[in-house]
Design a protein around this ligand. Structure first.
Ligand code: AMP
Length: 405
C-alpha cells in the first residue's frame, strides 16, 4: 500500500477476553479472527479462524497458558506468524482498538499516545466495566507489538454530533456540568458503517439523506442521522437506555430502581446488575436469544408472545419519534443479529407504519441475507434496507484514516 499500512489488527478487549480480527487492507478483507477467553484463569481458551489455501474457513480451538493479556497477545502473535499471516518476528502495521467510552473528549478516532491513554483512564468511571479492560488491551499491545501504530476508535464518537436538546437530560445543570450526566450513545461504529453502506447502495450521498439505523443484536439501539450527522440515539448515559435488549430493560422510569432499593432492600449494585443482565427479553420470558423467543412463541408461550410485542412496539415508537426529529425519512436500515436475519421481526416492527411511508415487501423481506438487502415495498416514500454490519472493518478503516491523514 502506498502509505505502508497493509495489515491492521482490530482488537476488542474485555476484562478476561480478547477478540481480534486481522485485516489485509490492501486486499480489503479479513484474513483471520479469533477470541481468547478466561485470561488469568487456569486453561485459557484460544479460538482462531482463518481461511485455508482453498479459501475455506478453518477453525481451531486450544487451551493456552495466558496469565494476563500480554501473554494472550503473545499467543495470538505466534499463531498469526506460524500460519504465515504475519511475517516471522513481525507485528501488524497498525492496531485499531475498540474503546467503549470517549466521553466528550473524543468525537473522532485518535492515534494512541500517553495523553490519550490518560484521557481514556479519566473516563473510566463512565464505563467501569469497559474502559479499564480496553486500556489493559492497549497497554498489552504496546508491549507485544512495539512497532505497530495504535489507534483508539470510540463507540460513542459518532454520537458526539447530537445537539444539546437531544443529549441533555432534564436534571439539575450541575449533574451535567460536574458529573457528565448526559446522553452519550453507543454502537456508533456500527451505526456509521451501515449508514454509509446504505447511502452507497442507494447511490446517494449520506449528506443528502435522512436515515434511521436500527442496530438490533443482543444489545440494541436506534440512531437518527441527518445529512451524515447523528442527531439522536436511544442509548444514553450508559447502554441501558432505549430499546428492549436481550438482557437490558431499555427505557424505564428512573423511580423504579429507587423504589426497589427501599422496598426490597436491594443494593444499587445488585439492581444495576439485574437491569443489565436479568431484564429485557430474558426478564420478560426467560430467554435473551431472539431465535429462542420466537420458537417459544410458536410453541404457544404467552410470556414470549408478549415479550416480542413489547420489543417491537418499543422500536416502532422510536421510529416514529425519530421520523419527527428528522422531519421526514428517506431510509430505514436494519442491522445486527436480529435486524439482518429476522424477517418476522422486521415485518412486525414496520406493521402499521404505512402512514409514514414505511412498508416491508413480504417477498423481498424473506430473501436470504446479503451485505445489503432492500426489503421495503417498492414505491413507498421510505426505502427499507437490511445491511450487514462490520464493526471490525469500520475500525480498521478509521484506524488507517487516522494514520494516513
Ligand atoms: P448480535 O448481538 O448482533 O450477535 O445478535 C444476537 C441476536 O441475534 C440474538 O438474539 C440472536 O437470537 C439473534 N439472531 C441471530 N440470527 C437470527 C435469526 N435468523 N432470526 C432471529 N434472530 C436471530
Amino acid at each position: 500500500m502506498p502509505h505502508g499500512f497493509s495489515t491492521v489488527l482490530v482488537v476488542n478487549c474485555g476484562s478476561s477476553s480478547i477478540k481480534y480480527s486481522m485485516m489485509a487492507m490492501d486486499r480489503g478483507h479479513l484474513c483471520a479472527s479469533g477470541l481468547v477467553e478466561k485470561i488469568g484463569e487456569n486453561g485459557s481458551l484460544l479460538r482462531h479462524r482463518a481461511d485455508n489455501a482453498k479459501g475455506e474457513p478453518v477453525e481451531s480451538r486450544r487451551e493456552i497458558k495466558a496469565g494476563d493479556h500480554r501473554a494472550a497477545f503473545a499467543h495470538i502473535a505466534a499463531l498469526l506468524r506460524n500460519t504465515g499471516i504475519l511475517a516471522d518476528g513481525a507485528g501488524p502495521d497498525a492496531i485499531g482498538h475498540r474503546v467503549v467510552h470517549g466521553g466528550e473528549a473524543f468525537s473522532a478516532p485518535v492515534r494512541i499516545d500517553p495523553d490519550v491513554i490518560a484521557a481514556i483512564r479519566t473516563l473510566s468511571p463512565l464505563a467501569p466495566l469497559h474502559n479499564p479492560a480496553n486500556l489493559i488491551g492497549i497497554e498489552a499491545c504496546l508491549d507485544a507489538f512495539p512497532s505497530a501504530s495504535q489507534v483508539a476508535v470510540f463507540d460513542t464518537a459518532f454520537h458526539q454530533t447530537l445537539p444539546p436538546h437531544a443529549y441533555r437530560y432534564a436534571v439539575p445543570n450541575d449533574w451535567y456540568e460536574r458529573h457528565g450526566i448526559r446522553r452519550y450513545g453507543f454502537h456508533g461504529t456500527s451505526h456509521r458503517y451501515v449508514a454509509e453502506r446504505a447511502a452507497e447502495y442507494l447511490g446517494r450521498s449520506l449528506q443528502g439523506l435522512k436515515m434511521i439505523t436500527l442496530h438490533l443484536g443482543n444489545g440494541a439501539s436506534a440512531a437518527a442521522i441527518r445529512h451524515g450527522r447523528c442527531i439522536d440515539t436511544s442509548m444514553g448515559f450508559t447502554p441501558l437506555e432505549g430499546l428492549v435488549m436481550g438482557t437490558r430493560s431499555g427505557d424505564l422510569d428512573a423511580a423504579v430502581p429507587l423504589y426497589l432499593e427501599t422496598a426490597l432492600g436491594e443494593s444499587a449494585d445488585s439492581l444495576q446488575a439485574m437491569l443489565n443482565r436479568e431484564a429485557g427479553l430474558k426478564g420478560l420470558c426467560g430467554s435473551n436469544d431472539l431465535r429462542e423467543v420466537l420458537g417459544r412463541e410458536q410453541a404457544g408461550d404467552e410470556h414470549a408472545r408478549l415479550a416480542l410485542e413489547i420489543y417491537c412496539y418499543r422500536i416502532r415508537k422510536y421510529v416514529g419519534a425519530y421520523f419527527a426529529a428528522l422531519g421526514g425519512l428517506d431510509a430505514l436500515v436494519f442491522t445486527a443479529g436480529v435486524g439482518e436475519n429476522s424477517p418476522v421481526v422486521r415485518s412486525r416492527i414496520c406493521a402499521g407504519l404505512e402512514a409514514l411511508g414505511i412498508a416491508v415487501d413480504p417477498e423481498f423481506n424473506e430473501r436470504s441475507p446479503e451485505p445489503v438487502n432492500e426489503i421495503g415495498r417498492r414505491g413507498q416514500a421510505v426505502r427499507v434496507l437490511a445491511v450487514r454490519t462490520n464493526e471490525e472493518l469500520q475500525i480498521a478503516r478509521e484506524t488507517l484514516s487516522v494514520l494516513t491523514s
